[in-house]
Ligand binder design. Structure first.
Ligand code: NDP
Length: 464
């Protein structure tokens, strides 16, 4: 880890490492929060006590289960399912489900930990949780996806509920998967409980703007950061990594606000399109046909070129340029929207060299700690995902509100609520960072504000 923790906090971090061996992503997420506690470790010691921290770093409940299913060819498959119910101080556990072959307990714990503070920042009454499976949906038929989702829910259903734990989507879990999950839940419990899952389809209890919310919210947040220093998105060149749910709607909102997105990626590589991405074509390739990004470049014509991954780095970052990948494309604004640790030090150096002004995370923990240090050292405006990508879960909470009142709001009304919530999160980050002597530091602002609210609620509720 690039920076040292406060002397009071280091032994606590060491204890978390010893108690959770081998969970590197979880360690990284805890380190980032503990680093942000430094400004209060001296003069607000009540928040940096081990009696609070050791409870916050231990999930309330961790469920791991077998998910058996049968392929189209009749072969029995076994996957592992997870649900980590991290913290319910502020409300029912809330957080998405991820289906990706890399999923393990460390990844689900890091996501659940981050989710707790993100949900706190939204100002909505929701606790933190996360789940998923090491199932790889790529190349699976519709029937296989449906049978997997049904088997997954056949165990998960007993742990969730409107007042207990409310899952949603994440990587590999979109509208199709949520439909199969909800259908199986309904069949098992024999009740229409719309509030048990969010991200539902519009005709069966979903909220308008939920699909767009994380990407739109990230861009609203970036716009507010620029406004804080007297700038705007108008005319800015933007690079967005990923081409999934978050990335696609970040691209859409950037274009609506006058910026131009000139590159995006998937795990096969990245595409650079100097005329600006053609969003209709991108949606058709990724959302409808579920194809690789090279298909976009083939069909777009000479303005676009595809750079395959794997020749010089990892995942969406690989391109044979020292590991900088998509981040070597010169831009004013960079929005990492694919996955954790996708923006490494080499990427941060390339961004800084090319004069990037702002990095706002659409994904969860996409920037490695050394890359964060490089960006902050260079004075780049930087927003951690727990603040900038909170629009998705905030809109999930709006979906819960609509379900509870059996109501359905219009698009403009819901988008206005999202924009208002992102504005409030932005103000909270700025004001908290100012109050604790770190003006302009969104990491300190987000972590301190999110953390203190959870800690206060836990103290009020006693040792449970
Ligand atoms: P999707 O599955 O819709 O899209 C993920 C995108 O990231 C795809 O383009 C995928 O490429 C790429 N990707 C995934 N894993 C890797 C990898 N290991 N290396 C390179 N590229 C990868 O997921 P979402 O858009 O929903 O989620 C993206 C990020 O945003 C995640 O970090 C998620 O936790 C976070 N997030 C999502 C929210 C939501 O509402 N959906 C809310 C808040 C945060 P490919 O298709 O080739 O795999």
């Amino acid at each position: 880890m690039p920076e040292k923790l406060h002397a009071n906090l280091q032994p606590m971090f060491d204890a978390v490492l010893a108690r959770n061996p081998g969970e590197s992503e979880f360690h990284q997420a805890v380190y980032e929060v503990m680093l942000s506690l430094t400004p209060i470790a001296g003069h607000r010691p009540e928040y940096a006590q081990w009696s609070i921290l050791k409870r916050i770093c231990e999930p309330e409940r961790q469920i791991i289960f077998r998910v058996p299913w049968v392929t189209d060819a009749g072969e029995v498959q076994i996957n592992r399912g997870f649900r980590v119910e991290f913290n319910s101080a502020l409300g029912p556990y809330k957080g998405g489900l991820r289906f990706h072959p890399s999923v393990n307990l460390s990844i689900i714990k890091f996501l659940g930990f981050e989710q707790t503070f993100k949900n706190s920042l939204t100002g909505m009454p929701i606790g933190g949780g996360k789940g998923g499976s090491d199932f790889d949906p790529k190349g699976r038929s519709e029937g296989e996806i449906m049978r997997f989702c049904q088997s997954f829910m056949t165990e998960l259903y007993r742990h969730i509920g409107e007042y207990t734990d409310v899952p949603a989507g994440d990587i590999g879990v979109g509208g199709r998967e949520l439909g199969y999950l909800f259908g199986q839940y309904k069949r098992i419990v024999n009740r229409w409980e719309a509030g048990v899952l969010t991200g539902k389809g519009l005709s069966w209890g979903g909220s308008r703007v939920r699909t767009e919310a994380t990407g739109y919210g990230t861009v609203f947040f970036a716009r507010d950061m620029l406004a804080e220093v007297g700038e705007s998105l108008d005319g800015k060149r933007v690079v967005v990594s990923g081409s999934g749910n978050v990335a696609i709607y970040a691209v859409e909102k950037i274009h609506q606000l006058g910026g131009t997105v000139i590159a995006c990626s998937d795990s096969s590589g990245f595409v650079v399109d100097e005329h600006g991405l053609d969003l209709d074509l991108l949606k058709d390739v990724k959302e409808v046909r579920r194809e690789r990004l090279s298909v976009y470049a083939d069909e777009r014509g000479p303005s676009a070129r595809f750079v395959p991954a794997g020749s010089g780095g990892e995942g969406s970052s690989g391109s044979g340029d020292g590991g900088a990948g998509i981040w070597a494309v010169p831009c004013d604004v960079a929005l990492p929207c694919a996955t954790q640790n996708e923006l490494p030090a080499a990427g941060a150096k390339a961004l800084v060299k090319n004069g990037v002004r702002l990095v706002a995370e659409g994904a969860n923990m996409p920037t490695t700690p050394d890359a964060v240090a490089i960006l902050r050292e260079a004075g780049v405006l930087y927003a951690p995902g727990k603040a900038s990508n909170a629009g998705g879960v905030a809109t999930s909470a709006l979906e819960m509100q609509q379900n509870a009142s059996r109501d359905s709001w219009g698009f403009e009304e819901t988008e206005a609520r999202l924009e208002e919530i992102m504005g409030a999160i932005h103000r909270t980050c700025v004001e908290t960072a100012d109050r604790y002597g770190h003006p302009g530091d969104y990491v300190v602002g987000a972590n301190l504000a999110g953390y203190m609210k959870v800690a206060d609620a836990m103290v009020a509720q006693g040792v449970i």
